[in-house]
Design a protein around this ligand. Structure first.
Ligand code: URA
Length: 439
């Protein structure tokens, strides 16, 4: 087999501009030899561009995912009692859903092996939020990860370099060849990493809007459909919600601030949007894990896990298990704050909109997020919204309390935050939090 022939088959010709479906052997030949260093970047770049234009069938995408998945370590949970279900979010601003979700779902008898990522660009990362809890360890060896899942029902860790090395190579190449925005390539990239963690079923939160990876509703629906169908083609259960990420989720955005909001949700006192999304996703996880048969039943189970205090108990147990100190965490709640503070006040009267993307960008300046993977983030940076999208404000009202990593960061962060607010004389019709469900 020659790489050139595989590229040309996908590329097609003037008479056959859509190209042809590749066999599993052809995809494996390309990916496996690329990872070994035997096929050069320029040939894989050409193939990526052919896929970008001509797409892939669900079967090809499932084959690509499976081949990428087996390029590195795969966690084997077959010696443990399941069911194992995880959630993947395409990322956003103030998106702390994984944190209350895992203990809620685990309290209902579904195990959650959660491998998460770090903040990058304007979006936050679960691992950075967890590390804002002093001592919390997100680098678990796989035997420790498995032990914690058995003992606590869930565990949270980062991916090691040995998980899906093919994705690291391919993603870097996509980034510089204009081929990131391809639905099958995004699908294989996300799924290979998620399936490597050992879950039997997956629930996706695919976000659309200014603060999301997919800016537009139709693109988000396409990605969700591809994620669900490809996961199903790989013999696993899957479902997805397409959700609004035009404005930050909840009141608090920032690493430790989002841990605080997690505690609020686990006490049944969380913001409406975060609570709603947590229960909706939780319910789908319970259905996929065989613990609920309807959406309403799943939501009731999630609510009971909160009301009984069981979910909070599990969250705090996990904090202690993974090296944090739950007593210290509770004593720092609503008290631990950066000493660098500003207030963002309304510039005029009106109904406000708050743009998620701009808030996320301001977050990078404040120290919540990072531009490059090796940059440091700050645990206590972020902002607390006194007002949310749709609220009416009078000139001078405080919209947000803003916490920075130092005094200088406000010079760049505050103008971006001001710019994230738009004012309208008439009431704003808020878009629904959940646009669509794919089962
Ligand atoms: N997230 C991923 O993990 N991969 C992509 O290709 C896009 C978003």
């Amino acid at each position: 087999m020659r790489a050139t022939d595989v590229i040309m088959k996908k590329r097609g010709s003037i008479l056959n501009p859509k190209g042809e479906k590749l066999s599993r052997e052809e995809i494996a030949f390309l990916i496996e030899n690329y990872v070994k260093g035997e096929i050069p970047d320029y040939q894989v770049s050409a193939w990526l561009m052919a896929v970008y234009f001509n797409g892939m069938t669900f079967e090809e995408t499932a084959d690509l995912t499976d081949i990428m998945l087996h390029s590195g370590d795969v966690i084997d949970l077959s010696d443990m009692k399941g069911p194992f279900v995880d959630k993947h979010s395409t990322g956003g601003v103030g998106d702390k859903i994984s944190l209350p979700l895992a203990p809620i779902v685990a309290s209902c008898g579904v195990k959650v092996p959660m491998m998460s990522g770090r903040a990058l660009g304007h979006t936050g990362g679960t691992l950075d939020k967890l590390e804002s809890i002093e001592g919390y360890n997100v680098q678990l060896e796989s035997d420790v990860f498995k032990k914690y899942i058995t003992e606590c029902g869930f565990a949270m860790t980062g991916q090691t370099k040995k998980v899906v090395p093919a994705d690291r190579l391919l993603y870097a190449l996509r980034d510089v060849t204009g081929t990131v925005e391809s639905i099958p390539l995004i699908t294989a990239s996300i799924l290979s990493k998620k399936i490597a963690e050992g879950s039997e079923a997956l629930v996706f939160d695919v976000k659309y809007g200014s603060g999301a990876f997919m800016k537009n509703e139709q693109e988000a629906i396409k990605l969700a459909d591809s994620l669900v169908k490809t996961t199903q083609a790989m013999g696993r259960k899957a479902s997805a919600l397409i959700t609004n990420m035009n404005t930050p989720l909840g009141f608090k955005t920032g690493n430790f601030l989002e841990i605080e909001e997690t505690l609020d949700v686990l006490e049944g006192k969380g913001p409406e949007d975060v609570t709603e999304l947590t229960y909706q996703l939780g319910s789908l996880m319970l259905i996929n894990g065989g613990k609920a048969s309807t959406k309403n039943e799943g939501i009731e189970l999630c609510k009971n896990a909160v009301q009984s205090g069981k979910a909070m108990e599990l969250f705090l147990k996990n904090v202690d298990m993974q090296g944090g100190n739950s007593k210290k965490l509770l004593s720092e709640r609503n008290v631990r704050r950066s000493s660098h503070v500003r207030k963002l006040k309304a510039e005029k009267d009106g109904f406000i909109k708050i743009d998620a993307y701009k808030c996320g960008l301001a977050g990078i300046h404040l120290g919540v997020g990072r531009n490059k993977t090796d940059e440091k983030v700050f645990a206590d940076s972020g902002f607390i919204q006194q007002k949310i999208e749709g609220d009416f404000v009078k000139k001078g009202d405080v919209i947000m309390e803003v916490f920075g990593k130092d005094e200088d960061c406000f010079d760049s962060a505050m103008p971006i935050l001001s710019d994230s607010i738009s004012y309208s004389e008439s009431e704003i019709t808020k878009k629904d939090l959940i646009l669509k469900e794919i089962l």
